[in-house]
Design a protein around this ligand. Structure first.
Ligand code: ADP
Ligand code: MG
Length: 440
């Protein structure tokens, strides 16, 4: 299974070499039983990675489940029983035995999201489970065997947490047999317009409207914006703008209403913070300001968006259209051409266990990865059942392209110039594709 196919399957967009390396590493380690620690800020795509790692494993082929647990969202008092289960009478209200997430995931994978949030006394218990493969439900005196592969994720620096005594070092090394770092969006700026295009065409398809496009200054602006909420934030903003704005060309002026951000070079210079300081006061101030504003505004705007979307959905006959997660033709065309730049050779030379930011694995026998291993483990396209439901079955590239062309033509009542414009291809390419697909 090559990276292009994986990206298409999961609707992952990007051509940044660091992202592609992280993906290729995930694909390579998926078929093993190694514990994986995915690091990266909130909204960079850690959930998608956990899914594709599980889907690419033998565990998924044998119908094992992927159980996702947000460790930061479970109240401290119940976390042990949530993870390891309890027996009847273990505490007030425990009126029957209950399986924990580890037992639910038996034979499959447990995804421990925000693992850095686990309280220390649970970390000790988790380590024991990982070391000997046995859980002890709360209130029980006997242990039960479980066969669970662990994928964990964190958006906090666990090494710093170890340093300050908030995370156990032994557990860290047990979880971090392989680490995969997903870079923040501001470190892969070239992916920003690609993602904008994908989300724009997704919304357009979902609500049967024309997609939005960035003007030159709009593009420049979103590439400068720091996107502390990463891809999640970009997706939300793009969807809001697509639904709310009338104009289909999105300029810097429009974006500024949503992002409320002034790029640094347009700010008056401040006296403090200079070339020598690693992060200037101005940058810190800006970061704090934009974060605060972003959070406040997102609260309000999410509500506005909710209202706008439900209003819109109600006005579309037949309600919302079931949308394929994988975008429309422009996205597919970009995916198809995306990875050429990051050629076969650089991928083949890249050492998946030794890339920037990776922690050296502890006493691991280096697995022998080869294309064969991956192809053997990964279900062929026709048998592929994503572990978590993605809106639609992925269609073949050509089918989706053909479908998008048909839709664009229909939307523009057969006007090829407008359809080509919407698809962001030249009229000549459109004619060629019409011939190719027999759509005359
Ligand atoms: N490279 C990408 N291409 C397309 N969509 C992405 C990409 N990365 C993340 N997303 C989307 O952004 C949102 C946040 O991703 P998620 O995996 O939940 O982030 P995290 O778990 O790191 O907070 C999801 O809707 C996801 O589908
Ligand atoms: Mg997440």
């Amino acid at each position: 299974m090559n990276i292009d196919k994986i990206m298409l399957r999961y609707g992952i967009i990007g051509r940044d070499p660091k992202l592609l390396l992280a993906l290729s590493k995930a694909v390579q380690v998926a078929p093993t039983d190694l514990s994986i620690l995915i690091t990266g800020e909130s909204g960079v795509g850690k959930d998608i990675f956990s899914r594709l790692i599980h889907d690419g494993s033998d565990r998924s082929a044998k119908k094992g489940r992927l159980v996702s647990v947000n460790c930061g969202a479970i109240p401290e008092g119940t976390i042990e029983s949530e993870l390891f289960g309890h027996v009847k009478g273990a505490f007030t209200g425990a009126d029957k035995d209950r399986k924990g997430y580890f037992e639910e995931a038996d034979g499959g994978t447990i995804f421990l999201d925000e693992v850095g949030e686990l309280p220390l006394q649970i970390q000790v218990k988790l380590l024991r489970v990982l070391e000997n493969g046995e859980i002890i439900p709360v209130g029980s005196s006997t242990s039960r065997k479980v066969d669970v592969r662990v994928v964990a994720a964190t958006n906090v620096d666990l090494l710093a947490a170890i340093h300050s005594g908030r995370f156990r070092e032994d557990l860290y090394y047990r979880l971090n047999q392989i680490s995969i770092n997903i870079p923040p969006l501001r470190e892969r700026k070239d992916d920003i317009p690609l993602l904008f295009r994908k989300f724009s065409s997704d919304v357009a398809e979902r609500y049967k409207m024309s997609p939005i496009f960035l003007s030159e200054d709009g593009k420049e602006y979103i590439m400068k914006y720091p996107w502390y909420g990463n891809v999640r934030e970009l997706k939300n903003i793009t969807e809001q703008i697509a639904v709310i704005e009338e104009s289909r060309t999105i300029t810097r002026a429009i974006l500024q209403n949503y992002l409320n951000y002034v790029p640094e070079e347009t700010l008056p210079a401040l006296a403090t913070g200079g070339q020598n300081s690693p992060i200037s006061d101005r940058e810190l101030l800006l970061k704090a300001l934009t974060m605060g504003q972003m959070i406040n505004e997102m609260r309000g705007e999410i509500n506005d968006l909710r209202n706008a979307v439900s209003h819109l959905a109600a006005s579309i006959p037949g309600g919302m259209v079931n949308n394929a997660n994988l975008g429309s033709s422009e996205h597919l065309m970009s995916v198809a051409s995306n990875h050429r730049q990051f050629g076969e050779q650089s991928m083949a030379n890249a050492d998946p266990l030794q890339f920037a930011g990776a922690q050296p694995p502890m006493e691991i026998r280096r697995p022998q990865f080869s294309d064969n291993v991956i192809d053997r483990q990964w279900p062929p396209d026709e048998e592929f059942q994503p572990s978590v439901i993605i809106d639609d079955e992925p269609l073949a590239l050509e089918e989706r392209e053909k479908c998008a062309i048909e839709k664009a033509l229909k939307r523009h009542h057969g006007n090829r110039r407008l359809a080509a414009e919407e698809l962001r291809i030249s009229q000549r390419t459109l004619y060629r594709k019409l011939n190719e697909y027999g759509l005359q």
